[in-house]
Design a protein around this ligand. Sequence first.
Ligand code: NAD
Length: 291
Amino acid sequence: MKIGFIGLGNMGAPMAKNLAAAGHEVTGYDVAAPAPEGVSMAASAAEAAAGQEVVITMLPNGEILRSVAAEVIPAMEKGAVLLDCSTVDVESARAVADEAGKAGLMAVDAPVSGGVGGAEAGTLTFMAGGPREAFEKVEPLFEVMGQKAVHCGDAGAGQAAKICNNMILGVTMIATCEAFALADKLGLDRQKMYDVVSTSSGYSWVMNAYTPAPGIGARSPADNDYKPGFAAELMLKDLRLSQQAAEAVDADTPMGHSAMELYESFVEREGGKGMDFSAMLPRFEKRHRKG
Ligand code: NAD
């Protein structure tokens, strides 16, 4: 396929490289990043998008997505697909899909889970929203960049699935870390705690596959000085998106809100920036009941 790829950062670069390696003709554009292997670069987003069957965006946030979309939509040919893989607010995803629809294009929002490692290995999971016809057209590209793609519903459904999943993840990480810190103070051995919880009703992906305690359970960023992995500031971004969405639809999400506040404090005031999101455990270790 002829593909335009806009936003060639930590995630976009390996995704574009994998598409080129699979034989697709990829034209890229980024305001700062260099060309990934196999990708030819255009001088602007509009130039990268012109004449392509699919234009993929992998950008930092909804505001930037909206401005890039305003530039590329008029340059794209009718019937082409605008495929946004960034994590953005549901409202921006729907607004971009509306604009694309008015111009005779199809839009798919397909945020990913799997991080930079998944992008490099081509093992991302895509959660997609948009017309089924458009989903089916880009499915072969999901197969190159990832190992699983779920069509979640109409425009915005991919972003909705992503922020709900990551709200559960953030809350579960905090609950698991505070339980480890409590166990420490109760004199319970961490390995014993893991042996019990990982096979009891407190088990979770966090406990079993991403154990936040060094040397216990699954190998994870905890075993590498809490280097990310999935950075705490990216978790904060996703928790903020979940609360923005909850606000917009009047949903009561007290645990998601508390998780957002804890990650905010961790990232902005307690040295958590640049650390994996599981570094909540050493944070709790240092604390007392009142601060
Ligand atoms: P990044 O900051 O490394 O990459 C973003 C790229 O977009 C940069 O190269 C930047 O120069 C470029 N850019 C910014 N404005 C632009 C514009 N107007 N036109 C063209 N290019 C522009 O970020 P990333 O880690 O690659 O993340 C991209 C998206 O993927 C984000 O929405 C993020 O939330 C999501 N995501 C990231 C991870 C992860 O582990 N890094 C995991 C899942 C989802």
